[in-house]
Design a protein around this ligand. Structure first.
Ligand SMILES: Cc1ncc(C[n+]2csc(CCOP(=O)(O)OP(=O)(O)O)c2C)c(N)n1
Ligand SMILES: [Mg+2]
Length: 352
């Protein structure tokens, strides 16, 4: 069967072709409670961020992660703290799940000195060297080549890390994906390419973008294995990423995961959303990962409703404190502009 025929045979609009379906029984109480807490923090942080942006507390672009939380929650329980993460501009939740204090994440949005990059990165450019977060990239698809580069460096130094290179469904249409896939497979780089597939690139759906709708097949012509994953279930995301990590750590080279998710809010803060129906959004909200994780916890009697409410209250309190911290923090002084700027002494092409 040719690659195109194989891709077409697997292709389907919103199904999770080839998806795993991990049973809830495979995971313990601590994992579920962690998923719940991580997702509540991401959700409450982003709800607050949306309000603050509307109140014009900070400017620039603002892309919220609400609806997509199961991807990062499922990921964090499947990787090692030494693994590397790189992503696009929908990136507020990534530092949160990696453990960057929420007050520094919030201060970065405000452009304050106490932000993760002293306020110089803002919403689209989160970095945390200590936690191996390599951005936050505003150029759609720019992180694909960089992610493979990080994996190359680890392999070159003989270090046992996996790079998780995350991108949107729109980013996969950039040419760099193909150059990167080719090199990453040729050199068997330790990288997992993760598509956070919310089915839309701004207002353009996957179906309108290409003849190939099953994005898990995009690596086939490079012999890169791929899998479609239900991104509304932490269980499935965890299983898929753990499996891909084991594949990569065994020296087999890259893996492609097409994780199907949904964003409940617009692409950014100004989006009339004419490209989708309210019913479609409501349909996905019925699969909300926070609600389903909560249901499992309650059904298994791992916690009472009041205990889950207490977690929510603590998370809300943390977000309020983060806002206060950000508001009370100083702006950068003008001379800070010249700090942290890369330059090389005696650069050969530099002219006075
Ligand atoms: C190279 C480049 N082209 C175009 C844009 C404008 N742009 C910003 S976001 C976006 C859509 C990307 O969608 P997707 O990759 O699906 O990510 P999502 O927003 O859904 O997370 C586009 C085209 C850009 N930032 N960079
Ligand atoms: Mg998208």
């Amino acid at each position: 069967m040719s690659t195109k025929t194989a891709a077409a045979a697997k292709s389907s609009k919103s199904s999770n072709a080839g998806a795993t379906s991990a049973p809830a029984s495979a995971f313990d109480k601590d994992t579920y409670l962690r998923w719940f807490k991580e997702m509540m923090l991401m959700r409450r942080f982003e709800e607050k961020t949306g309000q603050l942006y509307t109140m014009q507390k900070f400017g620039g672009f603002c892309h919220l992660y609400i609806g997509q939380e199961a991807i990062l929650a499922g990921m964090i329980t499947a990787i090692r703290p030494t693994d590397r993460i790189i992503t696009g501009y929908r990136d507020h939740a990534h530092p949160l799940v990696l453990g960057t204090p929420s007050k520094h994440v919030m201060a970065e949005l405000y452009g304050k000195m106490t932000g993760t990059s002293k306020g110089k990165g803002g919403s689209m450019h989160y970095f945390d060297k200590q936690r191996n977060l390599f951005g936050g990239h505003g150029i759609v698809g720019g992180q694909i080549g960089l992610g493979a580069g990080i994996a190359f460096a680890d392999k070159y130094r003989g270090e046992d890390h996996v790079t998780l290179c995350m991108m949107g469904d729109g980013a996969v249409r950039q040419g760099i994906l193909h150059e990167t896939f080719n090199m990453a497979m040729t050199w068997k780089l330790p990288v997992i390419f993760i598509i956070e597939n919310n089915n839309y690139a701004m207002g353009t759906s996957v179906e309108r973008t290409s003849n190939v709708h099953d994005l898990s097949t995009l690596g086939e012509s490079y012999d890169m294995p791929g899998l479609g994953v239900n991104g509304m279930r932490c269980e499935d995301v965890h299983e898929a990423i753990a499996m891909a990590c084991a594949h990569v750590r065994a020296g087999n080279g890259p893996y492609l995961l097409d994780i199907k998710t949904y964003r409940y809010k617009g692409h950014s803060m100004s989006d009339p959303q004419k490209y989708r129906t309210k019913e479609e959004v409501e349909e996905y909200k019925k699969q909300d990962p926070i609600e389903s994780v909560k249901d499992t916890i309650l059904t298994k009697k791992w916690a009472k409703q009041e205990e889950l409410d207490a977690i929510d209250a603590a998370v809300k309190q943390e977000v309020e404190e983060a806002v206060k911290f950000a508001e009370d923090s100083p702006m950068a002084t003008p001379d800070e502009l010249y700090n942290d700027v890369y330059f090389e002494k005696n650069y050969p092409f530099e002219k006075d």
